[in-house]
Design a protein around this ligand. Structure first.
Ligand code: PEP
Ligand code: MN
Length: 335
């Protein structure tokens, strides 16, 4: 069983579940948080597109930490009304990044979760204030932070009595320059041993290029990630910030579908006592089986077509036909 490969570490210590709105991280499902890098004037349309593509939570940053002061800094307070509308129209929770304790005060009561960005991971007053807010906190790893430093930052939030912390690996700085950062997949199994907190992965800020985002996203889920945080935009190249790494809604939908197939195959279902959850496990497995059968039907069709073109090929055990040796069948299309 595939689940046996991950379960020894993923089951111990007991996993903590953290909910954003009603969306649970650290359970059996692997939710996807998605949206543009920054809230833009058309954000409500963007949010609807994210929802339609299968996002469970919306990214909704109105304050952006940018490297250069002359880059777009986010819509600021004026973007909050767009967030309110998007949240009520889509009935989807939103995740927003405060850069300071003043920002945080304006967000409480209007947002469903706080994101502490990589640059703020060691802003201890902000961590404490996020802890006191009682809101779920997605704590990104600093770009040069060790696991110990990252977990110590999480302790600032936990020390305020707020247990709703989700850790987010977003790539670290290495000598490699092809990618924006280097995604540290090892963080997932290692943190599984060191903490009960859910661990999610942001493949967008790791890759820096939209072409590479789906591969990193699926690698993260295969390694046991509890969720994904992805930058997506209806017209990716027109994004006001981080355009190169934004994926289109159809790619997001394909990633969400692929996660729906992959996750139930990898996540241990032992010890699921609750019958509603058992039902969801069976539904998820049905979805995975359905997707595999669809791939199989595609493979059989390719065999038929190949045999029609080239005459009898090589007999492959288990397929309803003959297949030329070179025939390759993708399991889930992400093109
Ligand atoms: C972001 O999510 O838009 C962001 C700025 O990410 P990070 O803090 O990981 O650089
Ligand atoms: Mn970004």
């Amino acid at each position: 069983m595939l689940t046996d490969l991950l379960s020894p570490t993923s089951l111990s210590p007991a996993r903590r579940r953290v909910a954003i709105g009603g969306v649970v991280f650290g359970g059996l499902a692997v939710p996807v948080i998605a949206g543009p890098c920054a809230v833009e004037p058309d954000y409500v349309q963007h949010a609807l597109a994210m929802r339609a593509a299968g996002a469970s939570v919306l990214r909704g940053s109105v304050f952006k930490p940018r490297t250069r002061p002359d880059s777009f800094q986010g819509l600021g307070e004026s973007g909050l009304a767009l967030l309110d509308t998007a949240r009520s129209v889509t009935k989807t929770p939103v995740l927003v990044e405060p850069l300071s304790t003043e920002h945080l005060t304006g967000l409480i009561g209007r947002v469903d979760a706080l994101m502490i960005g990589a640059r703020s991971m060691q802003n201890t007053p902000l961590l404490r204030a996020a802890g006191r807010s009682g809101l779920p906190v997605v704590l990104k790893r600093g770009m040069a932070a060790t696991y110990e430093e990252w977990l110590a930052a999480a302790d600032y939030v936990l020390a305020e009595g707020n247990e709703h912390v989700i850790l987010c690996e977003r790539g670290i700085r290495t000598f490699e320059t092809a990618t924006r950062n280097t995604l540290d997949i090892s963080a997932i199994p290692v943190l599984r041993e060191r903490t009960a907190l859910p661990v999610i992965v942001d493949p967008s800020h790791a890759a820096g290029r939209r072409e590479w985002v789906p591969a990193l996203a699926l690698a993260a889920v295969a390694a046991g990630a509890d969720g994904l945080l992805i930058e997506a935009h209806p017209v990716p190249e027109a994004s006001w910030s981080d355009a190169a790494q934004a994926i289109a809604p159809h790619t997001l939908a394909a990633v969400v579908a692929a996660v729906g197939v992959l996750a139930p195959l990898l996540r241990a279902t032992e010890g699921v006592a609750d019958s509603a959850e058992q039902g969801r496990v069976v539904d998820a497995l049905d979805l995975a089986v359905g997707a595999l059968l669809e791939s199989r039907a595609g493979a059989v069709e390719s065999v038929r077509q190949a045999n029609g073109r080239t005459g009898p090929g090589v007999r492959v055990h288990g397929l309803d036909g003959e297949v030329p040796v070179s025939s390759a069948v993708p399991a889930v299309g992400l093109a």
